[in-house]
Design a protein around this ligand. Structure first.
Ligand code: PBG
Length: 334
């Protein structure tokens, strides 16, 4: 027996040695059309305020946000998701500003229509940016969010968003029965074609820290563990949440956060027939930024590797704060 025949028969490296073969066999693609662009919109004119824990991400007034979106649209991004940020003094215990049809989110939506920006408008639907206590709905005497009362407020808020130009509504408060209530409410108000992107599987995660800076929505009492999910619970709970939302009429479902929950994205993807959206959340952004700014990691490569992992896990679309950088990194189409 000569020395050549003693090696392994299977040599996966054969297909890695040639750049052409590597390029041909690479199969996970991230496109600009896969990315949903988040924006934080706030009152005022000419406001562009950097979020402390998210360098490169800004709270913007409507005029500045419209310019930002027009630029993203020109670059080939197709959808944005808007979060409202209001002054502390405008907040109260029941989040009245959320259901005000003249609030900053509705104003932005109308401005986008007026400016003829061809991006699909998605709204984050929640009370936490509008309540004085920072919880996702009004509280009972035990500081628990009152589920069904919150649903009524969410329906009102959703109809306002639809009227102002939202094409997709994304409830993020993890109240039971949200999708059913919204579907009925929107249909009754004449918005049967407005679709619902359910934050179906949303964990009570420390990765949201920087967002609460960005949206000024830190709970002043307690935490969100009695409505958001426990990361250590069996993945079947994620399947239950996803299943309920699809049954109630969700057109798309979200898993959030993304990078620490790739197993959940995969599981949900395999069990459901609607598109799955992964949310690369604020903490994921902040970690990449902090390490990159220190020169400890290669920002572009770590970002691309993260997004590829989400697509490979089964995400159809990804919400990412990195839109501007991704204009350079992602192809427009396949
Ligand atoms: C509102 C909402 C949150 C996020 C999206 N929608 C905050 C939270 O649940 O505390 C987090 C997004 C991010 O961290 O990027 N309920």
């Amino acid at each position: 027996m000569n020395s050549f025949s003693t090696g392994p028969i299977k040599r996966p490296r054969r297909l890695r040695q040639d750049a052409n073969l590597r390029a041909m066999l690479s199969s996970t693609r991230v496109l600009r059309s896969d990315i949903i662009v988040p924006i934080f919109v706030t009152n005022g004119v000419g406001v562009r305020r950097e979020v402390k824990s998210m360098p490169g991400v800004f709270q913007m007034s409507v005029d500045v946000a419209c310019e930002f979106l027009a630029a993203r649209s020109a670059a080939g991004f197709r959808a944005f998701i808007v979060f409202g940020v209001i002054e502390r003094e405008a907040k109260d215990a029941v989040g009245s500003a959320a259901t005000d049809e003249k609030n900053v989110v509705c104003t932005l939506l109308q401005a986008v229509v007026r400016a003829n920006i061809q991006m699909t408008a998605i709204t984050d639907l929640c009370m936490c940016e509008y309540t004085s206590h920072g919880h996702c709905g009004p509280l009972d005497d035990n500081q628990q969010v009152i589920n069904d009362k919150t649903l009524m407020l969410l329906v009102k808020q959703a109809v306002n968003h639809a009227r102002a130009g939202a094409k997709v509504i994304a409830p993020s408060g993890m109240m039971d029965g949200t999708i059913a209530a919204l579907r009925r409410g929107l249909d009754d108000a004449g918005f049967a074609s407005v679709s619902l992107l359910a934050y179906a599987v949303k964990y009570a995660s420390a990765f949201y820290g920087p967002f609460r800076d960005a949206a000024d929505s830190v709970p002043t009492i307690g935490d969100r563990k009695n409505y958001q999910m426990d990361p250590s619970r069996d993945v079947r709970e994620a399947l239950l949440e996803a299943d309920l939302d699809v049954q109630e009429g969700a057109d798309m479902i979200m898993v959030k956060p993304a990078l620490a929950y790739l197993d959940v994205i995969r599981a949900v993807r395999e069990k459901s027939t609607v598109p799955v959206v992964a949310y690369q959340v604020s903490g994921e952004y902040a970690m990449i930024e902090a390490a990159a700014q220190n020169g400890w990691i290669d920002r572009d490569r770590v970002l691309m590797e993260s997004l590829v992992s989400m697509k490979r896990a089964g995400a159809d679309l990804i919400i990412s704060y990195y839109a501007e950088l991704l204009e350079k990194l992602l192809p427009l189409q396949a």
